[in-house]
Design a protein around this ligand. Sequence first.
Ligand SMILES: C[S@@+](CC[C@H](N)C(=O)[O-])C[C@H]1O[C@@H](n2cnc3c(N)ncnc32)[C@H](O)[C@@H]1O
Length: 341
Amino acid sequence: MYPAIRVRKSEVESVRKSLFQHRAVDGERRFIRDGEWVEIPIREGMEALASEYGELVWQKRPVFKERPPAPLEMIKKDLSVPYPELLPRKWELFGDVLILRIPEELEDYRHEIAEVYARILGARTVLRDSGGIEGEFREPVVEFLLGDDAETTHLENGVRFRFDASRIMFSSGNIDERVRMAYLPSRNEVIVDMFAGIGYFSIPMAVHSRPKKIYACEKNPVAFRYLKENIAINRVEAIVEPILGDNREHCPENVADRVVMGYVGKTHLFLEKAFRIIKDEGTIHYHETCPEELLPERPVLRVKAAAERSSYEVIGTSLRKVKSYAPGVLHVVVDARVRRT
Ligand SMILES: C[S@@+](CC[C@H](N)C(=O)[O-])C[C@H]1O[C@@H](n2cnc3c(N)ncnc32)[C@H](O)[C@@H]1O
């Protein structure tokens, strides 16, 4: 049974207002009218308020509000496939480009599936994620299921990211890290983003923290083109300087208060360059993917070893999980405060 407070019709409005202030009204149920009386549904645990406002009643037949059906329910209703339970329950939607993982069992229905998901989720193009992310440039392996243009603008945390989702990765799992980086106290700093991509970290940092300067280095010409576009559409030209090329050759040295190493797969091989980029003292954000059994030691030891080889000491570290990367493997980031010895 569900608690409610019974009041006279003439008192409903004032009692409702007071109960709202107590956060006592149960928003899932409807008010029930019965002649001159109205039952106001309240949340469990709020029964004591009844004596102040009316009479406590226990509803045997509560009336629940209808919930709008979740997108997946609507999708299932519109699709007739042999194994509906295998339909994707999760997806990535960047601007108007949708990325789906479709299991082999539904292979023959993939175009139909794409069409219905696109209609319900409001996408223009649908890509099938068929092989994850590949290679030095971290490129996605995808197949077009609907449309032939995957260039889109994705809005996140007040930042506009323009990119071609069929050629450039965008890790939605890294969102917390992008947000965290955006608000670091870096106002008077010079920052070097060694693996800038389309500006995943550089642009939010520039937009929200407005540091003195960010050198954003990117080797992949396609990502670099979007990096430049994103600098322009987010109006941070005065802060972010894009650099095309390999960071080991093209990043300026001995300039940075902060170095961002947002790359996974062999990132440790770039640590010595990071120490050449940093000033006498600063912070390095070192990312890596690491088997859980090697945490927290391995990434921290890698930074310490590179520091020693570079005549620096590590004066403080903190390690954070960015996301789960694979079964038993985490993507982590070490914030290392370092100083020249
Ligand atoms: C895709 S981003 C990582 C993105 C970020 N961690 C995220 O998911 O939000 C890594 C970028 O580093 C670039 N890259 C790889 N090796 C590089 C190098 N030696 N110099 C400059 N850029 C490099 C890749 O082309 C890629 O665009």
